[in-house]
Structure formats: C-alpha cells, structure tokens
Design a protein. Sequence first.
Length: 575
Amino acid sequence: MAESQSGSSDHSANGEPRTNFIEQIILGDQADGRFERRVHTRFPPEPNGYLHIGHAKSICLNFGLAEKFGGRCNLRFDDTNPVKEEAEYVEAIREDVRWLGFDWEDREYYASDYFEKLYQWAVQLIRKGVAYVCDLTAEEIRQYRGTLTEPGRNSPYRDRPVEENLDLFRRMRNGEFPDGSRTLRAKIDMASANLNMRDPVMYRILHAEHHRTGSQWCIYPTYDWAHGQSDSIEGITHSICTLEFENHRPLYDWFLDQLGVHHPRQIEFARLNLTYTVMSKRKLLELVQEGHVRGWDDPRMPTICALRRRGYTPESIRAFAERIGVAKFNSTIEIHVLEQCLREDLNRRAARAMGVLDPIKIVLTNYPEDQVEQLEAVNNPEDPSMGTRTVPFARELWIERNDFMEDPPRKFFRLAPEKEVRLRYAYIIRCDEVIKDPRSGAVTELRCSYDPQTRSGMPNQRKVKGTIHWVSCAHAIPAEVRLYDHLFTVPNPGAQGDWRDELNPQSEQVLRRCYVEPSLQSAEAGARYQFERLGYFCVDPDSTSERLVFNRSVTLRDTWAKIQKKQTGQPARSK
C-alpha cells in the first residue's frame, strides 16, 4: 500500500499537525538539545545523470524539513567519480531543484571542494594505523572479501608499516602508479557480518579529467569515504538517506569516530518505487543510449525534466511527495497516484480550450455560408478570475470521429443519424445525412442542421443528453498531438525477465492531423491546457510558428483505476 493515499488532512484526529517518523526524531533531538537544536539538511546528488521523480521526493523531504524547523538545506554535488560525471548534469540538477520551488541560497557545495581535506584525513588514519595501501586488484579484493556466510581474508598488504603506507599514498597522489594498481583501504574487520566493514576502499587511482578540478588529482575518494565526511564538514545535523544506505551507516560512524569530528545523525527512509517505470540511473541511461526514448526529457521518462516537458507542475509533484508520505519500509506506489495529483492541480490552474484529435467534418446546411459568430467560452470553471474567451463558429466544423456512430448502441448520447447533440458553447444540431467514400465506405462528412433558437446561454433552452466539442474549420490551427501511455507493459519491469522485453511499443502515439481553436495560435512552450473532454495537454518545445505540438500530460479520468474497480469491485490501491 501507499504510505498515505488520501492526502486529505495535514492534522491528526486531535487537531495536532501530523508528523512523520523523521520529524519525530528531529523533535526528540531538539527536546534533548542535540546539535544545539539546529536543523541542517542537504540534498546530495551525484552528477552522473538527470534527476527522476524519486529524487524529487528526497528534494521535497530535505528542503521541507529545513523549512519546517527553521533550518537550512544545502545543495551538494557528490562528485567523486570523474568518469561518469559531467557539468551538463550539474546544471540540469540546479534547474530541477529550482523548478520544484526550492532555494539553496549561497549553500552550493561539492565533494570536490573537500578533496584536499579528505586527503589529509586519510593521511591521519594511516598515521593512526587504521588505513593501508593495498596492491590487490579489484577482482582480488572481491575474492578476499568473503560472502554473507563466510568471513573475508586479510589482504597480504594489511600489515604494511605506517611509513611505507604514507610513502605509497603520497606517490599514488603524485601519479607514479597506473590505474587500478593500488588502493587505500580502511583497516576494520574482515570477519564483520557487515560486508561494508571488511576493509573498504577509500581511494582508487584514476587518471581522469574531473569536471571541476581538471587533472589536479589522479586519486579519487570513494563515495563511502567522502559522503559522511562531507556532511561533517558542512555541519549537517540530520543526514537523510534512503534505505540502501542503512548498512553503510556503521562505516560512516566508524570513519567519523576515528577522526573525532562533528557527527551528523543519519536517518534512512524508503526510496520511491513507482509502477510501470524504472528508477535505476543505469537503466534510464541505457534507455537513452539505446534509443528506446528520444532523450532524458522524453515525456515517457520519470526524470524531472521529462515530467516538466510532459506538463507536470512543480505543485503537483510536491503534492505527490506529501501524499505518499515518508516510510521506514520499501513499498511500491501506483503511478495513478502521481497522475491524480496532476489532475487535481491542473483542474484548478489550466485554461480550457477545444481541440479535435481525430477530425471528421460536419457541414451545417442551414447556417449562412459567410457568417461567423464569436461565442463566449469559459476559461476555467474552477477559477472565475480567469475570465472568458471567444471562439469562432461557422458553417463548417471539425468534430471528433468517435463522437459519431452510424449505428449507435442504446445509450450513445452523441451524434448519430437523425439524432441531436449540443455543440459546446453553441447550438443543438441534428445529423441529416452521412457522406461516405464510394470506394472504402468510410464516413467522410456529416450534413447537419442547427437550431438557431438553442444558442448556449439563451433562456428556456430545450435539453439534449449529449454535448460534444468542435473547432471551426476555417479558423482551426493545425497541430501535432503526442499521446503517452506507460513506458512499460507490466507494473514491475524486470521482475520476471529482461526489462527491455517489457517496453511498451504503444507508449507514444503521434497524431499529425489535429486541430485546435485559434486562441492557442501564440501558445508558448510549457503552457498547459485542458482540451475539453480529452485531457490535459502541454505545448512541447518542438512547436514552431507554423505548427503547434502538444503532449498529453494526463487523461481527464483515471481509466486504469476505473478498470480495476470494475474487475474487482474494489478501488485500485497501491501495493
């Protein structure tokens, strides 16, 4: 189950503000006077890829805790692996955090800021006799490490004299040895039940250009060595990590205790797992590199930049993070929870418009050929302050092909031969004649008549059961519309086989013969609209002055949940 699906109340039954388990820990620390009652968190991404929705949860949590407790939150790039890190990712991360609505002010830091300090601390541990230079290869280190049921074996270099270790480590820094020939390891316990404590590597030799330090260094600290010490340097009080770092906590504690420096409190929470997608940076990179998607910002991706391009709002993502809550145990959230947060937000803020995605022409035979009316349409019934707009109405109109059936079932309340329907904001029309292609038999045009006494807004209106949308043919703006479905065909990709085999070949459908009302002629990239009866759409950056391109952000209703309820008799629930 999702940790919180309703999101309906921020207060408990007795009226007190709700607190998650991390907030309760912080409140306890403040009551005890720990850290002088300070709260200082950080969001520490590795700049080796674009951020995804799981990172958004962490961003909201870390910055949200700082805000709630009157503290501070740093943005720190844990850039310890120059082979995989790029300045492009740094800038993308900055943009994503800002877009989500958070400000780290002047507190932008990098692990690379601390390379010299980390080196000197490593020297301190060598002098203390708890770190040593090891000549085992990476494969040999794995072999010596042991397993979960068998203890590891001491490296033959474990008992090197301190002075020899100091000399070798200095020469490692000076670039005297090739990549992979030596490492610096902590001397802890090769028989520990926790594999992270079995003499972990602290430094490896890597002659590679770093995106900030260039060729200044040829040895680089491992993440486990740099992470906790970076927190300590910055004075972090509460180091919020995901659950996979729980087994690393004893190692971080050991390093800090050996150095005798400021000791943050590490707290682990469950990472976000979302159905019908993958959250692994490696898999997301492979999706891009192997051409399964068009890039990191392909609207089918779970990256923040892709969600932004698809039409998600920062408010909807923050609401999602609040709704699912913070848990101690891993769980999987149904993707429809995220989609519903977007619907709720866009329902309040998105302007309405009319667009036709699969057009069929209707001709109002009794409407004057040269007449054009400007009809008033509401921009957003949820927000009267957004006012109204006018849409042109004329003799020839486009409607959706599926809004007409030649032989409809009994409860089909749209257009059919000799049946009536109301055109949104306009008139009631009647279908009098169906024109077909003589070769294929396909319907190509509908001849209809309109009732001039039924204009929308006129008093004493007679009623019909169906209302459909439309666009004037003479005034319509051509558009391309991209419809998106889940990227994968199964809720948990890779659980039963190769995740690539579970990619959804229908995840993107491109419609190139669409029309939208003329008020959207100057719509800018990123603008969001509700196409009435069709869903929420966002103007894509691929749009040009000659042709608009729209991405469907989300449907108007949660079709998946509706199907589940019909099949089981119960509402869809998160696992």
